[in-house]
Design a protein around this ligand. Structure first.
Ligand SMILES: [Zn+2]
Length: 275
């Protein structure tokens, strides 16, 4: 199966070439779980590249989803997908069936470098920050942290969750004098950010990270919820309101997981072929 080359959405000068995975690889990836999906995504995207491997751990989370989507679209015969939801407009249950092919039209390539620079002080001293989208390494790290969160009803839960959210911000920053080592650099920025004044320094940093995410939109429209990347479905028009001549739409998102689109088992592969 020929898969057309895909320009890396965050850096379209890089062209990615993929091949379809083999049955042997399918068996090898068979033990992927939702808890390890980011790690598997890295391995999978590195395994199915043709030629020199461009390490997918360094790609943005959007690049990784776009690549998974691209491979999936070009190796599957049927592209239908269905979601059911309770409509916020008419409060009835709807079924939204769409062609995954339609999402391809929303694939955006970035025309500027995937980073922005801002100056935000720490304890009144100016600091130059580089803000960048989460990459594969960061996603693996976050997923591991979300997996280790205590039970929701435990007293420690809220604080631990706040800490993961803080790390999520830390992982979208970079400093010019960061140590080479990813872990060390992260620890250093984490310690520094914890010393920021909450309202006058940390809040503007968080706001700048949000602005960065918005201005560096690329790949497919996704949202990251509790460390899980979710893909937006095409807008669905409420059929009830349409009868009254009113056009109201809902934009749903759904987990776009590597493992969902990787054959979980050979039996799964066969079941998928029938669906
Ligand atoms: Zn409705």
């Amino acid at each position: 199966m020929f898969i057309p080359p895909l320009p890396l959405p965050s850096n379209p000068n890089i062209e990615l070439r993929f091949r379809a995975h083999t049955v042997e690889e399918s068996l090898e990836f068979g033990d992927a779980t939702a808890e390890t999906e980011e790690e598997f995504t890295t391995r999978y995207l590195n395994t199915v590249q043709i030629g020199e491997v461009n390490d997918s751990a360094m790609w943005t989370v959007q690049d990784r989803r776009a690549a998974l989507y691209w491979i999936w679209m070009n190796t599957r015969m049927k592209h239908g997908h269905s979601l059911s939801y309770t409509c916020g407009h008419c409060h009835q249950l709807h079924q939204h069936t769409f062609d995954m092919k339609d999402l391809g039209g929303e694939l955006e390539l970035l025309q500027v470098p995937p980073r922005i620079e801002v100056s935000i002080p720490v304890n009144g001293k100016p600091v130059e920050w580089i803000l960048k989208p989460l990459d594969g390494r960061s996603m693996e790290r976050l997923q591991a942290m979300y997996n280790r969160l205590p039970m929701k009803d435990s007293p420690a839960y809220r604080n631990e969750l706040k800490n993961v959210r803080l790390v999520e911000i830390v992982l979208q920053t970079q400093l010019k004098d960061d140590p080479e080592d990813f872990e060390q650099a992260g620890e250093k920025r984490y310690s520094l950010i914890k010393t920021m004044e909450e309202y006058t320094e940390f809040a503007p940093l968080v706001a700048s990270v949000r602005t960065m995410q918005e201005s560096l939109r690329h790949g497919l429209p996704i949202v990251i919820q509790d460390g899980q990347p979710m893909l937006y479905a095409p807008p669905h028009v409420c059929p009830e309101k349409a009868k009254e001549g009113v056009r109201l739409t809902t934009r749903l998102y759904f987990p776009f997981r590597a493992i969902k689109y990787l054959p979980v088992s050979l039996a799964g592969l066969m079941a998928n072929a029938d669906s």
